[in-house]
Write a protein that binds this ligand. Structure first.
Ligand SMILES: NC(=O)C1=CN([C@@H]2O[C@H](COP(=O)(O)OP(=O)(O)OC[C@H]3O[C@@H](n4cnc5c(N)ncnc54)[C@H](OP(=O)(O)O)[C@@H]3O)[C@@H](O)[C@H]2O)C=CC1
Ligand SMILES: CCCCCC/C=C/C(=O)O
Length: 501
């Protein structure tokens, strides 16, 4: 990534951006059929950014129809894998050329810090697309063991038309996590971005066509969950939906599927992720840096945020001093200031939700923060609670870390697993056996030892329990979501030999 600019330079870019407004269907922008729009705002300032097409079921029908046409005529689904790869690589390169514009657009639309957009969201999005592009012409199908008279082939075929329903916390990155493997597999897609953060998905769709993606293969339908998400989930001609968001909405997609065509559903849902620090953890300063990053990165609006610190009582005081010192270094303020690490929460509605938790924290023991210095902004806050308090149990999705004290390894694991979620977990200890034993006992899709993290594109991402369903994002396993297996049996018996001497 190139060097960061000054706030003034970012503001100049922001002022010059041409923001997309219309939905992207069949290779071009078009307004909602109803003509309706909604206003998307900058959550850091409350100012309107632009009007965006408020689509509904009619637009979903059109996008699905165009995606189906594209899928059936094979313009993408039957294109040679190496050619599909070339197009996606060209898209990644175009995004590199427009990286700064995408970073500023993302920051304005979502309240995310420009530092994160420039150093993580945009480069990681490009990396993910390249990774899946590179995979396209390296996946081989299988031949099963069979008798000498048979060949049994197991082929992967694209699942068809897929609906991709995205959250607002990583608009670009979650787009890439889903369109990367879906397009690589040869599917046609209809993307429904979160209404709050639709802009960058629209811009990427435009760049994709510039990169040579045939029309109809990547459609973006903007609008609310009720008006666009539900019709997509219920659509009889959508073969599969991959969703990232809340557990409540994820559950609805299972109903939509059951009520319609039994489309496949993959759900990547919430988390209340434990971060265990045992009393033999080494380098407490490094541990503290991980804990702070896990809890406050992206303002805690991260399904895999390490939002529950479970700490051994023998080490708590020493650790908390270091955690507080690190957290104080996270400057809160204007997201377009490259020094800032804590930007705005995504919307007034979400700010209201997190503020209610902040209010609840006032009756617990606040160890750091606890205030909202301005509308839309919440200080990194650390609260000591009982393991069953509302703050320790519910997904807050904001910069509030709860701390629970334990007295043993066994208690730490029991507290960690005492949740309906199971997305991610971390364990810090110098004892290798306890680390591995703990990692195996933790009921979570990803466990990091002596660090906090989600892994990277090469490893599967998804949850146990109510954190996930039906498949995994990232890695070669993501392709399982977007492909289905076809078995072909060939009978090689040569019947012409019968009766011949
Ligand atoms: N796992 C994760 O990464 C995420 C978890 N969350 C959790 O969810 C909480 C609520 O956030 P929220 O934005 O409401 O999350 P949702 O799960 O409601 O939103 C995710 C996506 O689903 C869409 N959607 C919403 N309602 C429906 C519906 N009835 N049918 C079909 N699609 C729908 C949304 O559209 P639209 O928003 O445009 O209406 C958005 O595109 C957060 O506070 C957080 O706890 C939120 C986001 C990401
Ligand atoms: C660079 C890796 C970022 C991973 C962010 C994962 C978040 C997923 C989600 O909240 O859905």
């Amino acid at each position: 990534m190139s060097d960061l600019l000054t706030t003034e330079e970012y503001k100049a870019i922001a002022a010059s951006l041409v923001l997309p407004q219309n939905a992207f269907i069949d290779g071009g922008f078009r307004p909602a059929i109803s003509g309706k729009t909604f206003t998307t705002t900058n959550p850091a300032t409350g100012e309107a950014l632009t009007e965006v097409a408020a689509c509904d079921a009619a637009d979903v029908d059109l996008a699905v129809e165009k995606a189906r046409e594209a899928f059936e005529d094979g313009r993408w689904s039957r294109l040679h894998p190496a050619k599909r790869k070339d197009v996606l690589i060209r898209l990644a390169r175009l995004m590199e050329r427009n990286a700064r514009e995408l970073a500023v657009m993302e920051s304005l639309d979502a309240g995310k810090t420009i530092f994160d957009c420039e150093t993580v969201d945009v480069p990681e999005t490009i990396h993910v697309l390249k990774w899946h592009a590179e995979l396209i012409d390296k996946i081989y199908d299988q031949v099963a063991p069979a008798s000498d008279n048979h060949i049994a082939m197991i082929l992967r075929e694209p699942v068809g038309v897929v609906g991709l329903v995205l959250p607002w916390n990583f608009p670009l990155l979650m787009l890439a996590w889903k369109i990367g493997p879906a397009l690589a597999a040869g599917c046609s897609v209809v993307v429904k971005p979160a209404a709050e953060t639709s802009l960058t998905a629209l811009r990427v769709a435009e760049l994709a066509v510039e990169a040579g993606l045939p029309r109809g293969v990547l459609n973006v339908v903007t609008g609310s969950g009720a008006d666009v998400g539900e019709p997509l989930g219920r659509h009889p001609d959508v073969d599969m939906v991959s969703f990232t968001g809340s557990t409540v909405t994820g559950r609805r997609f299972l109903h939509y599927s059951a009520d319609s065509n039994l489309k496949e559903v993959v759900l990547e849902l919430g988390g209340k992720n434990p971060c265990i620090v045992l009393d033999d953890a080494e380098d407490l300063d490094a541990v503290a840096a991980h804990v702070v990053n896990g809890a406050f990165w992206n303002m805690g609006q991260n399904c895999s945020a390490g939002s529950r610190l479970i700490v051994h009582r023998g080490i708590q005081d020493a650790l908390m001093d270091r955690i507080k010192a690190h957290a104080r270094e996270w400057i809160l303020g204007d997201p377009l200031d490259p020094q800032v690490r804590v930007g705005a929460l995504v919307s007034p509605a979400h700010f209201g939700k997190v503020s209610a938790y902040l209010k609840a924290a006032q009756s617990e023991t606040i160890l750091l923060g606890g205030a909202s210095p301005a509308n839309g902004f919440i200080e990194p806050t650390i609260v000591q609670t009982a393991r069953d308090s509302k703050l320790a149990v519910e997904e807050i999705f904001g910069p509030i870390l709860t701390v629970i004290q334990v007295a043993s390894f066994e208690e730490a694991i029991a507290v960690a697993n005492d949740t309906e979620y199971g997305l991610a977990a971390s364990i810090f200890t110098a004892n290798g056996k306890r680390a591995l034993r703990g990692a195996r006992m933790l009921r979570a899709g990803t466990v990091t030892v002596n660090s906090f993290g989600e892994g990277d594109i090469s490893t599967p991402f998804g949850g146990y329990k109510q954190s996930g369903f039906g498949g995994r994002d990232n890695s070669i396993h993501a392709h399982d979501q977007y492909t289905q297996l076809k078995t072909i049996w060939l009978d090689l018996t040569d019947h012409s030999d019968a009766g011949v001497d």
